[in-house]
Design a binder for this molecule. Structure first.
Ligand code: MN
Ligand code: MN
Length: 316
């Protein structure tokens, strides 16, 4: 942190670059870029998401004042680089992401994925669930991403990762929250189908009406000590706060609501997370990349305060 944030090579949070686990050198968290955008339903560009987020992460000074924790001090965080995606093959790309994430998970390292579009959450969820079993999931999104098939005959896309993860047994459907849902859908059945799968839908309007505190209490009650995965599609936020994304929807969360909801999860057992759908080509003034970098920092703070990680000095 001695050089100014506009100097040097843009690793995430200016942390050590370590592309694969090294035996005998433990890491608590690996930030893993998944720059794939081959299955988006509208605007592309999230292949540049990890790069945009890394660049804006240079200004994460280190101390999280609201949660009173310095994630980079408490945790050994490494930047694991990017998975070598295959733009024309989503299935192969997913298997490469799952292999890369699994190598870290097996080494005892929590993976923080940077998308890429939301389909990359599927292999990340599977890698975490292989170790921890079915995961409680808090999924921020305007969209449920639980369509059976977005394109007939093609089960994998950024509209289907959560139904595929449920089918794979990676999600504990007793404990699956969708936060920020809104916007037009194909039919009323979109929400009904998601609910039938077990998703508890908390819309952006619900967040406005009920307030952050009541929602956080509900989630905490339900999650308890279960292993928790947080998947954050930045289009959960209003386009005013996240213009650089592929499928924007009006009437979304504010960035303050989003960080309030995340901070409310402090102390839960976070075993994996992702920040996805940041699309720098549609991102004036890097607004959404700044958001993505800071959401990732919020995730790191939650990991630092996770009961499975050592508590910071002076905090029980
Ligand atoms: Mn999504
Ligand atoms: Mn979305």
């Amino acid at each position: 942190m001695s050089s100014p944030p506009f100097c040097g090579i843009a690793s995430f949070g200016r942390q050590e670059i370590r592309l694969t686990p090294i035996e005998g050198q433990s890491a608590d968290v690996a930030v893993l870029g998944c720059p794939f955008d081959g299955s988006v339903s509208y605007r592309s560009g999230t292949r540049f998401g990890p790069r945009g987020v890394r660049e804006q992460s240079l200004m994460l000074w280190g101390y999280h004042n609201a949660l009173q924790v310095a994630p980079f001090d408490v945790l050994k965080v490494v930047d694991a680089g990017d998975v070598d995606v295959i733009p024309v093959d989503i299935a192969k790309t997913h298997s490469l992401i799952e292999a890369a994430a699994s190598a870290w998970v097996e080494a005892g390292t929590t993976v923080l994925g940077l998308g890429g579009e939301h389909s990359v959450a599927l292999p990340l969820l599977k890698a975490a669930a292989k170790k921890h079993g079915p995961l409680a999931v808090v999924h921020f999104d305007a969209h449920g991403d639980t369509w059976t098939e977005e394109y007939p005959g093609y089960p994998l896309s950024h509209g289907t990762p959560f139904i595929r993860a449920i089918e794979a047994g990676a999600i504990d459907t007793e404990c699956y929250f969708q936060l920020g849902i809104r916007g037009p859908t194909y039919a009323a059945s979109d929400y009904l189908d998601a609910r039938a799968l077990g998703a508890k839908i908390i819309s952006a309007d619900d967040v406005g009406e009920r307030g952050v505190k009541s929602i956080v209490e509900e989630i905490r009650r339900q999650v308890g000590t279960k292993p928790l995965y947080i998947s954050f599609d930045v289009d959960a936020l209003d386009p005013a706060f996240a213009p650089g994304t592929g499928t924007p929807e009006i009437g979304g969360l504010t960035s303050r609501e989003a960080v309030g909801l995340l901070r409310g999860l402090a102390g839960l057992n976070v075993v994996g997370a992702d920040v996805v759908e940041v699309s720098p080509p549609y991102d004036p003034a890097a607004i959404t990349s700044v958001l993505g970098a800071n959401l990732a920092f919020e995730m790191l703070a939650l990991m630092a305060l996770s009961p499975s990680r050592k508590p910071p000095a002076g905090r029980a």
